[in-house]
Design a protein around this ligand. Structure first.
Ligand SMILES: NC(=O)c1ccc[n+]([C@@H]2O[C@H](COP(=O)([O-])OP(=O)(O)OC[C@H]3O[C@@H](n4cnc5c(N)ncnc54)[C@H](OP(=O)(O)O)[C@@H]3O)[C@@H](O)[C@H]2O)c1
Length: 250
């Protein structure tokens, strides 16, 4: 199968591209650094020619609703239009559990951008699957670096059922191999509920013990109290946070 991975230099795009190649697929790794710009459309027609599937792992790190909605809705439209023109058989968009829920996205512009992206994929004229993942364990580590005051890291309280990025890459590769099915939404979460600020504290204790982690519900009550938890049919992965954390120091 010929699969184009958009955002292939990123955290998830790189993992899933490696996995698809290891399974024997022909992978086209696309990002601006390989000459493909999903905002302007530059290079998409050439990249999509002869592709069986396109996997969107694009990202823009921003908290601004205007920027997030602009980026995710523009790239989704550009990608779905180019896929339609190239007669691509299956589009897969990687999203986040419950981002369309106003309890969750009211104070998080990034999630409103992801909701706009999902809406474009759901109405695309190409068979599409939206894969919604819970937050990754790796997100807890990156939250540690986002708001720092000296040795203090401020981390938002986020009650979620997080999952390892490696398990999400495997799930995505399986969705690609399955092709398009009647159901257009697939979901994955980890086995246990955790507050991500607590996970950040446990990661810091191992990886940067001089850092003190303070948690606060500054992304809103919906995120701190259960709005991110899986509510619909969801594949539950087996990898627990404790085992993931041990594997990081192996
Ligand atoms: N972190 C989580 O817990 C989590 C959970 C569920 C879902 N997700 C979703 O997973 C997706 C991937 O996240 P990630 O952390 O793997 O992303 P990432 O590491 O930030 O990588 C983003 C990728 O997008 C590419 N890119 C950005 N702008 C582009 C453009 N205009 N044209 C072409 N390529 C562009 C980047 O490459 P260049 O800069 O070279 O262009 C890079 O390869 C996101 O949509 C995110 O919402 C994340």
């Amino acid at each position: 199968m010929r699969v184009i991975v958009l955002g292939a230099t990123g955290e998830m795009g790189r993992r899933v591209s490696d996995l698809l190649e290891a399974r024997g697929h022909s992978v086209g790794r696309a990002s601006r650094s390989t000459g493909v710009d999903a905002v302007t459309g530059k290079g998409l027609a050439e990249a999509f020619a002869g592709a069986d599937a396109v996997l969107d792992c694009l990202n823009k790190q921003t908290l601004s609703a205007r920027k997030a909605i602009g980026f995710f809705s523009t790239t989704a439209r550009t990608v779905t239009d180019a896929a339609h023109a190239a007669k691509v058989g299956h589009l897969i968009c990687l999203s986040i559990l419950n981002v369309g829920d106003p309890r969750v996205n009211s104070r998080l512009g990034y999630y409103r951008g992801k909701a706009a992206q999902e809406a474009v994929y759901r109405s695309a004229g190409v068979p599409s699957t939206v894969v919604s993942s819970a937050q990754w364990f790796e997100l807890a580590r990156s939250l540690l670096g986002q708001v720092r005051v000296g040795r203090i890291a401020l981390v938002p309280r986020m009650l979620a059922q997080p999952v390892s990025a490696g398990s999400v890459a495997t799930f995505l590769a399986d969705v690609v191999a399955d092709g398009h099915r009647a159901e257009t939404d697939r979901r994955i979460a980890g086995p246990d509920q955790h507050d991500l600020s607590e996970l950040a504290r446990r990661i810091a204790a191992v990886e940067e013990p001089r850092t003190r982690v303070l948690s606060a519900p500054f992304l809103g009550a919906g995120i701190a109290t259960g709005g991110l938890l899986p509510h619909a049919v969801t594949t539950i992965d087996r990898v627990r946070f404790e085992d993931w954390l041990d594997s990081q120091t192996d």
